[in-house]
Design a protein around this ligand. Sequence first.
Ligand code: FAD
Length: 218
Amino acid sequence: MVPGSSFSIGVIGAGLGGLVLARVLELHGITVTVFEREPTSSSREQGGSLDIHPETGQYALETAQLTAQFRKVARPEGEEMKITDKHGTVVFEDLPPPAPEDHPSRDEQGPPRGDRPEVDRGQLRQLLLDSLHPGTVKWEHNLESAHLSNDDPKVSVTFARSSPAPSVTFKFDVVVGADGAWSRTRGLLSPAQPNLHRRDIRRHSACIGRRQREWRGR
Ligand SMILES: Cc1cc2nc3c(=O)[nH]c(=O)nc-3n(C[C@H](O)[C@H](O)[C@H](O)COP(=O)(O)OP(=O)(O)OC[C@H]3O[C@@H](n4cnc5c(N)ncnc54)[C@H](O)[C@@H]3O)c2cc1C
């Protein structure tokens, strides 16, 4: 595709995936519009801390040329966990594996650490938002429906907005569904629905319980 051409791309969802994609497209001179149902970037707490792995999250940030900005907000020390008793004696310690010889944390942060630093989801999202051209994200656009038809090569997407603003429809050559686990765009391609199993929740609880027993048994 030729940068600056009239080829149109719409991304549904200004989460981490949609924003990284928009950033990379803009770096290549390609115009993109991101639609997000939330009214503003700060209208909802984005959730807790993420650990960002080299082969996935860090790779994506490197591709988006945002590694330096990421390192400013990342918390390498977040990988460590220590539990002490009331006297300050360490009774449980979980230390990350040593960082590789050539890992940047060796120079920047002193002692070697692991290579999966933690970052607050909200800070990471804001960093990505700040990297985009002004106006790339259209807030308060809640995808209602997406349609493909045999007569029209474009994908039609309709968004609800806050009353009294009427619904609005756009057409794009390509629509990317980055609207999370309960994606409405997924329906264009597959009838699959996410399914959270009680078993998964029990497994998670069992893991926490085991850690607590290990600690008490010391
Ligand atoms: C509990 C938990 C812990 C995790 N921990 C880690 C971790 O430590 N490290 C890591 O790398 N990953 C972690 N992940 C995975 C990570 O959160 C996901 O990979 C990432 O958020 C996926 O990004 P996304 O943009 O596809 O979706 P999301 O981040 O879910 O973003 C979707 C966006 O789409 C918007 N949206 C939804 N519906 C519509 C609609 N109809 N119209 C318009 N907008 C819409 C939402 O408001 C949201 O902004 C974790 C996930 C969970 C659930």
